[in-house]
Design a protein around this ligand. Structure first.
Ligand SMILES: NC(=O)c1ccc[n+]([C@@H]2O[C@H](COP(=O)([O-])OP(=O)(O)OC[C@H]3O[C@@H](n4cnc5c(N)ncnc54)[C@H](O)[C@@H]3O)[C@@H](O)[C@H]2O)c1
Length: 349
């Protein structure tokens, strides 16, 4: 497997930069395309600092077919890991066209360029937000889909497109069928243990962990905990948090699986990437206070529309078919997030 070249779209971003580190350390060559809409080139300098190896970087947009065609003609890509996309749920409700254009249309352009270059192995960043309502708090891959915001719908649409693309292979009896893994992430948090790369959100963070970190370092005054009257063990919402390094290791396992017996005749399959257990907001705050020895001031605020009481992954399929499971603990996630935050109070700026 070593020596293969992987194209990482969105490779300068939070998860993408961690994926670059794991790929380089596993012996892959890495080509990144990123338009830096939500990231900084410094993340890739840090990747080089960690690994002693460089990625080949194209500053470009995945909606620009010409750039992709040039890139595929210059590099012999075996697999694409497709992280590039916009990801803020609230913003997607305000700017749905921007989200569909970037995420859905961007993926269509990428897929056309891949087909023309005969590159047909793809690992796609999907999300637990594609799931619909369910009686169970533990989500399995066969549960019905039913996203409730434009961001989640953009991911569900892309999943549909990818399933259709794969299904077409059996009609056309393609000799080189598509091999596609849809990885449904739960809540990635934490950072590389070096403290050199991590999540660097623009403006006020949307997600809990960067928010908590910024409160602890004094950049933000206090955290709002949305709802303390959910039917959960302490009344606050429960989510499945997964260390970003565990998460990206799942991508390397997915690349191996796509090349293996299970995908010999092609296919498109979804896998949950989660820890398989939930933590409440108060448990996160407590872990943070314990690891950092700092207070995290918070106030209880009303529930937010659309938030579930509890949601966590059934990760058994990823264990069975990808031989992957999350290994790091909540304390690891918190300690690593804090190392990144305290070493880089202004992120990459
Ligand atoms: N972080 C999460 O909580 C989470 C959860 C589930 C799924 N995901 C998905 O994982 C992927 C990566 O997420 P992340 O947290 O690293 O986000 P991120 O914003 O840090 O990374 C995305 C990267 O894609 C780039 N990008 C966006 N649109 C582009 C375009 N049209 N052309 C080229 N580059 C483009 C951005 O500049 C950024 O560097 C996204 O697709 C996201 O939807 C993230």
């Amino acid at each position: 497997m070593n020596g293969q070249t992987i194209l990482v779209t969105g490779g300068a971003g939070y998860i993408g930069s961690h994926a670059c580190v794991e790929l380089l350390e596993a012996g892959f060559n890495v080509v990144v395309i990123d338009n830096l809409a939500n990231s900084k080139i410094e993340s890739l300098n840090r990747v080089r600092q960690i690994t002693g190896q460089a990625v080949t970087f194209y500053q470009g947009d995945i909606r620009d077919k010409q750039v992709l065609t040039e890139l595929f003609s210059k590099h012999e890509i075996s697999t694409v890991i497709h992280f590039a996309g916009l990801k803020a749920v609230g913003e997607s409700c305000e700017q749905p066209l921007n989200y569909y254009h970037n995420n859905v249309y961007g993926t269509l352009v990428l897929l056309e360029a891949m087909r023309e270059a005969n590159v047909k192995q793809l690992v796609f960043s999907s999300s637990a937000t594609v799931y619909g309502e369910s009686d169970s708090a533990q989500y399995s891959e066969h549960f019905p889909l039913g996203p409730i915001n434009p961001y989640g719908r953009s991911k569900a649409m892309i999943e549909d497109i990818l399933r259709d693309l794969s299904a077409a292979d059996s009609i056309t009896k393609s000799a080189s069928p598509w091999k596609i893994a849809l990885l449904r992430y739960f809540n990635p948090i934490g950072a590389h243990e070096s403290g050199l790369i991590g999540e660097d959100p623009n403006g006020i963070p949307n997600n809990l962990m960067p928010y908590v970190s910024q409160v602890a370092i004094g950049k933000l005054a206090q955290l709002s905990v949305f709802g303390d009257d959910y039917p959960t063990r302490d009344g606050t919402g429960i989510r499945d948090y997964i260390h970003v390094v565990d998460l990206v290791k799942g991508h390397i396992k997915a690349i191996a699986a796509l090349a293996g017996e299970g995908f010999r005749h092609g296919g498109c399959k979804a896998y949950n990437l989660g820890a398989g257990r939930g933590c409440s907001v108060l448990e996160i705050i407590n872990a943070f206070e314990k690891v950092t020895d700092r207070k995290v001031p918070y106030q209880i605020a009303p529930r937010r529309a659309g938030d579930l009481a509890e949601c966590y992954a059934n990760p058994e399929l990823a264990l069975k078919e990808l031989q992957w499971q999350a290994e790091k603990t909540l304390d690891d996630m918190v300690a690593d997030a804090w190392r990144w935050q305290s070493k880089n109070p202004a992120g990459y700026a």
